[in-house]
Design a protein around this ligand. Structure first.
Ligand code: UT7
Length: 404
């Protein structure tokens, strides 16, 4: 039983949402700071000293937010040894969805063959993953779901203004995923604090479909390029350093533990200087933080799950230990969460191929065949539409409608 030491009622803890699977995927192509020197007026030294970033990954032509998310999701399902048909809910946190709709989550749901799952995208910028985990965990804790797949996936390099050296040097592409599963054993997601301050909405964003002046101009009413990311770096920096420590403290209070109880903090990877400032505010060693901003840059909603996956693989969490996540970014939004790591690894990949692994492979193969079949069907219909007798019939029908 977790007893929060604030004035909130105790959380009913008969059901918990445990992290039982995790996986990440990053593109192979690396863009170094030196590569960027040829694109904008910058230097490796400036980028390293101001941000800690050395390189980032860039999605290739055949990669997308959904394909990276799918790769990460499949790995997470392997670790959890869960079948796609066991998933009740898929949430993709992203600011670079494939479409406004269908959602990236629905694309991934189809490619996995997760036929029993609901799926939707969640937009809370770089805080999106923590928001999404909380939504999924609450669905599990309420008893309405058993298994949820939460993905943070981005192709930020596709929305960069490659003439703006203040932003294009910061971002990269990638995805991370976790599987949450219901359990009556204490642990998993213990608390979350989600916040938003829309008055700071103009500090960073991507104006897109629905923006007021879309049809009249290539610029939004505030002068930002359509479909490209803009950011007031200095202001966002100040906002981030202001909220991180306070937000983590609030999540700790809700979980009923102290900062000394944490074995790991997984922060949004925006800037090494922000992480160092957070360590100073919280009066903890910087080593408590998982950091990989040097290798991937800022991957927005994907940065926390990618850093979490690496930390787990580096064995930085032992069963029974506590970890905190902290996200911050566009909205403005920020969110923190405390989890108790249970170290559940349902599948042991060293023991050979499990029956579930074979069933997952069959599911993926079946979906591929079904997709190819649908595509073929579509192409055949298109050819039939173009046949003269069919065209004439359609023309006659159109004429009829015109005469009405
Ligand atoms: O994921 C969402 C959350 N995002 C963040 O948390 C990002 C927060 N902001 C930051 O990380 C930092 O503000 C930046 C890294 C974006 C910028 O660092 P800064 O130390 O705040 O630099 P600045 O914007 O104050 O710029 C300092 C100088 C300026 O030149 P002047 O005006 O002093 O002559 C800039 O024009 O550095 C110049 N500058 C650059 N120089 C070389 C800006 N970008 C670059 C660049 N290369 N890429």
């Amino acid at each position: 039983m977790v007893t929060p030491n604030n004035d909130m009622p105790p959380i009913p803890t008969s059901r918990y949402a445990h992290i039982v699977g995790w996986g990440m995927a990053v593109p192979d192509t690396i863009l170094t700071n030196h590569d960027l020197e040829a694109i904008v007026e910058t230097t490796d030294d400036w980028i390293r000293s101001r941000t800690g970033i050395k390189e980032r990954r860039i999605a290739g032509e055949t990669e997308s937010t959904a394909s990276l998310g799918l790769k990460a999701a499949r790995k997470a399902l392997e670790v959890a040894d869960i079948l796609p048909t066991d998933i009740d809910l898929i949430v993709v946190a992203t600011s670079t969805p494939e479409n406004i709709f269908p959602s990236t989550a629905s694309l991934i749901q189809n490619w996995l063959g997760a036929n029993r799952a609901g799926a939707f995208d969640l937009s809370a910028a770089c805080s999106g993953f923590v928001y999404a985990v909380d939504m999924a965990a609450q669905s599990i804790r309420s008893g309405s779901m058993q298994v949820a797949l939460v993905i943070g996936a981005e192709t930020m390099t596709r929305v960069m203004d490659w003439q703006d050296r203040g932003t294009c040097i910061l971002f990269g592409d990638g995805a991370g995923a976790i599987v949450l599963k219901a359990s009556d054993v204490e642990g998993g997601v213990l608390s979350a604090v989600l916040r938003s301050d829309g008055s700071g909405g103009d500090m960073l964003g991507i104006p897109t479909v629905g923006s007021e002046d879309l049809y009249h101009s290539d610029f939004s009413p505030n002068g930002h390029k359509m479909h490209k990311m803009h950011m007031n770096g200095g202001e966002v920096f100040k906002f981030a350093t202001r909220v991180i420590a306070e937000s983590i403290q609030q999540a700790l209070v809700k979980a009923g533990i102290e900062i000394e109880d944490l074995s790991l903090i997984v922060p949004h990877q925006a800037n090494l200087r922000i992480i160092q400032a957070a360590a100073r505010s919280l009066k903890v060693e910087p080593e408590l933080f998982a950091v990989n901003v040097d290798r991937y840059g800022n991957t927005s909603a994907a940065s926390i799950p990618i850093a979490l996956c690496e930390a787990i693989d580096q064995k930085r969490l032992k069963p029974g230990e506590y970890a905190a996540f902290i996200g911050f970014g566009g909205g403005l939004t920020w969110a923190s969460m405390v989890i108790k790591w249970t170290g559940v690894r349902t599948a042991d990949t060293r023991t050979g191929i499990s029956i579930n692994q074979q069933r997952r492979q069959i599911s993926y193969m079946w979906v591929r065949l079904r997709t190819q079949w649908k595509r073929l069907n579509h192409q055949v219909s298109n050819i039939i539409e173009r046949l003269p007798f069919r065209r004439n019939r359609i023309q006659r029908l159109r004429d009829k409608v015109d005469q009405l």
